[in-house]
Structure formats: C-alpha cells, structure tokens
Write a protein that binds this ligand. Sequence first.
Ligand SMILES: Nc1ncnc2c1ncn2[C@@H]1O[C@H](COP(=O)(O)OP(=O)(O)OP(=O)(O)O)[C@@H](O)[C@H]1O
Length: 698
Amino acid sequence: MASSSRQSSARLDRQIPSAKTIRPKPHARSRSVASSGFSIDASDSDSGRVRVAIRLRPKNAEDLACDSDFIDCVELQPELKRLKLKKNNWSSDSYRFDEVLTETASQRRVYEAVAKPVVESVLNGYNGTVMAYGQTGTGKTYTVGQLGKEDPSERGIMVRALEDILADASPGLDTVRITYLQLYLESIQDLLAPEKTNIPITEDPKTGEVFLPGATMVEIRNLDQFLELLQIGEANRHAANTKLNTESSRSHAILMVHIQRSSKHKEENQVSLPAISVNSEFSSRNVPVLLKSKLLIVDLAGSERVDKSGSEGHMLEEAKFINLSLTSLGKCINALAENSPHIPTRDSKLTRLLRDSFGGTARTSLIVTVGPSARHYSETSSTIMFGQRAMKIVNNLKLKEEFDYESHCRKLEYRVDQLTADIERQQKFRDTEKVEMEERLKECEMSLAEAEKFRSEKFEGLQGENTHLELKIKSLLEDINLQKDQNNVKTEEITRLTMSLKQYKKYQLESSTYQKVLADTTQMHEKTLLELTKQLEAEQSHSTNLEGQLAEIQQHLGDTKRSVQQRVVDELNLKLQDMSKMNDEFVSKIHSLERVNEETLSEKELLKEEVRISQQKLLGEEKRRKSLEDEIANLKKRLSDCCVELEDKKAYKEESLVRSTSGLGGSMKVPKSSKLRETISGQRDTITKIFEEGIWPC
Ligand SMILES: Nc1ncnc2c1ncn2[C@@H]1O[C@H](COP(=O)(O)OP(=O)(O)OP(=O)(O)O)[C@@H](O)[C@H]1O
C-alpha cells in the first residue's frame, strides 16, 4: 500500500494480517564519548535521568476479534508502577517504569505524568524532549499529536505543551517559535513548508547543538494559530493505511519549540530549581540574560514487521527506512544504557536530531506505547526493553543561558534613544526657557531702567518739591517770626497801652466829665485788647502747631526721601502718591495758613488802626487833659491870686480897722498879716499837691 498524505487519507479500522519484529542491532563502530556529555546512573533520584512511562492502548476492534481466545500479554500494576509481560499463562516478566498508564488513562493524565515536568523544565531554560516510541498502531500519534479540535479532552501532548508554554510566556518579552518537521525516507522535510525537503542538519562543533538551516520557524502567539499550523503539518505528514494501522505514520514527526526568555525568568528558575547547577556566568553581573531552550516533541513512526503490516513496494521502502532509523536509535540507547564508549548518533538523521535528548543536556521523557494483544508479544517485549534501557540513560541537564546582547543592545539603544530624546527635549526646554528668561531679563532690565529713570525723575521732582517746600517753610517761618516780632511789638504796645491806661485811670478821677467816656473807651479797649490777646495766643498756639506740623512734615519728608531711595518702584509710586496727597494737604494747609495769616494781618491792621485811633483819642484826651490842667492851673493861680487879694483885702481892712481905732494896736497889725499870708501859701501848696497827685475832686 502506497503512502499518502493524511489530509487525503481516511481513518479506517482494519485487520492486521501479519507481524514481524524489527529489533535494533548493536552498532559495531566504536567512538570516543568524551565530548558527548552523557553519563549513566541507575538512581531514580537523579533528575537528569530519562523518564520512561508506558501506556497501554485499549483493545481495538482487531484485538477484540482476534484475541478473544487469548489472554492479554500485558498486565499493568499502576500502583506498583510495574508491568507484567506474560509470555504465556505460567511465565511472565515484570518491569518497573516511571509511570504506568493504563488503557483508561486520560490524555490529560498522560500529559501531566509524562510531558508536563519536561515542559516546566523547558520553561525554566533547559532543553527537553518528549518522545513516543512503540509498535505501529499502539497510539503514539494519539498520545502526542492528537489535535482534539472537537473534544479538547482528546488533546495530545503537543497541544497541551504549547498551551502551557503560551500561558507562561510573557508576551512581548518571551518568544515562542516552532519548527515542524518530518523525517521521511531519511530526508528532513518541513511540514509547514512541504516544498522544503532534504533540510540539512548542522551541528555546532563546540556545543554539539543541532541546527536546521532553512527550516521554517514560526512565532506562535496563540493556541489557535498553533492548532492551525499543526493541522497544516498533519496534512503534510506522510501516512498510510497499513494492516496494523489505518493511518500509520510513515515518518517521524518532530515538533521543535524554541523558547527565548528574558533574565526575569532566570531568577525564577534559580528559585524553583535550587538543586540544579546553574551556569551562573552572568548571574553575578547585572546584565540581561537570555534563556534559550528547546522542546522536542517527537512522534516516531511505528516499528513494524513488514510481514505483519503488509507493507510492500513503496511502503516497504518506507518501513525499511523507519526500521533503520529506529534501529539506530535503539543502538544509541543500548550504547548509552551500557555506558558504551561509543554512541552511534551519526548513523541516522533521527539519532543526530535526538543527540541532545539522549545522553545530552536535555530533560527527556519517553512514553512507550504498547498494545495488549499477545499476538504482538515480541514487538511489545522489544518496546518494553527499549524503554527499560532508555530508563538507564542519565542526561546532564544544563541551563543554557546567554548574554542577551541583542535585547541588551535593543534596551540600551532604546534607553539611549530615550535619553537622547530627553536630552533634546530638555535642551529645547532649556533653550526656550533661556530665551524666555533672557526676554524676561531684558524686560526686567528695561522696567528697572524705567523705574530707575522714573525714580530719579521722581526723586528730582521730589527734591525740587522738597526744596520748594523747604523754601516755603523757610519763608513761612520767616513770616511766622516776623509775625512773632510784630506780635511782640504788639504785645509791647499793648503793655505800653495797658500802662498808659493805668496812668490814664489816674486821671479818670480828675475829670468826671470824661470819666464815663474814658471808662467806656477803656472798657472797649480792654475788651479789644483781651480779644487781641486771645487771638494772639491762638495765633501763637496755631503757629506752634504749624511749627510742629512743619517739623513733622520735614521729618516725614526726610523719611519719604529715604524710603524713596530704598523701596521698589511701586512702593515709591504709592509713597509718592501719599507724598503728593500730603503735599496737597500741606499746600492747602499753607494756603489756609496764609489765609489765616492774611486775616491776622488784616486784623492786625484793623487793630493798628484801632490803636492809632485810640492813640489819637488818647492824644486828644491828653490835650484836653493838658488844657484842663492849664485851666486848673489858671484857676489855681486865679484862686491863689484871689486868696492873696482876699488876704490883702482882709489885712487892709484889719489895718484900717486898727488905724481907725488908735494907734495902740499898731504893733499888733504886722504879726497878724504875716500869719495870714503864711496860712494862704500853705493852702496853695496843698491844692498844688492835690493836683499833682491827681486827687483833685471832679
Ligand atoms: N489510548 C487510546 N485510547 C483510544 N484510542 C487509541 C488510544 N491509543 C491509540 N488509539 C487509537 O488507535 C489507533 C492507532 O493509533 P495511532 O495512530 O496513534 O498509532 P501510532 O502508534 O501512531 O501508529 P503508527 O506508528 O502506525 O503511526 C488510532 O485510531 C487511535 O485513535
């Protein structure tokens, strides 16, 4: 039966006519393994040991039909993790596996037991391999490659692994890429780009890492995309309808999942896997580290006995290649299990591709699938033995960490770009700020110059005003002094007038005729004088107030001058306003003072006039008093003359009387007349004295 694409072929259950066991032969070639990096350790506790699980396929229709009379050759003891392989009813061999999965084990259970630890390890930066090995038709593709599009519970290891990887990967930070290949007729073909055939395998001479230049590598962003790609790959995979499997894979399918993770995950690794020796080349340095890991999920083509599978022609050719590659894999496993110095990895492309999985640095899980039928005892036994040998292989798990130059450079470039942009922004901001500051500085300088100009102008104006005011104050002071002098003169005059009045009072008694007039005049003058005195006092106090105000103004002017020099322009304006206001007030005060002064002057004039009139009146009164005095003197004289005449007449009369009476009495006449004269002259002196003292009765 010729091989065909799975896309075109339909799944059909059919009878398996015959069976022939293909056993891998030990390889004869010897080669040094010093550089292969593998070791063998039987201890189960070694985490690098290849883990092997065995899965039993449920009986299919053929098994049920053919084996009804026979007992199954496989009996599972999952609780003991053991499998009993029955040769016949009385003879059996027991084998221990890491996991024993019964025919009822779910796909999820199988994934978690077999693949999940490997997937987790891969996510932590280690290479990993999950591989299904077994006789044709025992469920390798079902276990590994089932898509489960309609029933997610049917999903195989590939889908579940990618599901977990994508769930754990950080978008934008981690990358997940796949390559899906098939090894068909010893030729590597790209299942995602089937035109790419015979893809060469290259190896890094230093690390032994395998590369497949030219193979398509697709970055996976979500599970749907991956399912689509898997479907494409499945459609391109060679499959054929054989007697043992209606859809027998005629190629080994290899899904390579390349994971790149940032150093963030490395730290997590170190926490989660403390027991594993981590290459901490970069751990001490604070540099980004890239973890590169690779997961291989391999669905091997089934080993088949062509007599059983009925392969002939091209299928026979395919079967030969399949068996050859499986044989070389078996040889490598044997060699590794036996700690052979030579591992024949170069014998086939399959072993070259799986070099890291067995005896390399990967964590490897192998699931061996077997059927229950005793008809395939030898194939089942061979599969079990393959698994048993594989269990002995211990890989050296190695964390592959690289200094992430690329992302570091990207990050640095990004940071440099950011910083450059920042610097440019800051530079621009600084330039703008500088321009603004310069403009502001210019404005400030201009306003300062203006303010300075204004200040000096104002200062000059104020100085002028001040000088003017000082001059005015000086002239006012002079006026005040003058007024004071005049007041003093007036006071003196008033004092003199008071004195005159006092004197005049003396004469008041002398003349009763003018007494009343004089009294009225005096009263009026006294009143006037009192008022004048009051006005003078008021003027003096006003003048004192003015002087005080002037002193305050001068003080204030001094303060204002000082504050004008010290304070800023706006304060200066304010002060100037205050000053001008005060100046106005002062000017108005001066005006009012001038008015008062004028009024005082006019009052003074009036008073002067009144004084003059009073003086004139006084002079008149004086004249009249003098004339009165003259008259009084005349009267006195006349009185004295009259008295003398009267005395003379009296004396004559007495003399005449004496002479007439006799001459006896002549001696007595003289003494009598001289006595009278003495009396009259005494009276005259008394009258004169009375007049001089002003006590002459009116
Ligand atoms: N555990 C299982 N439960 C149910 N069905 C299964 C199980 N294992 C295998 N089968 C069925 O058995 C048939 C053969 O399985 P599958 O194609 O996976 O075998 P295979 O080992 O890949 O064979 P080949 O090597 O020829 O490709 C399929 O129809 C599959 O659905």
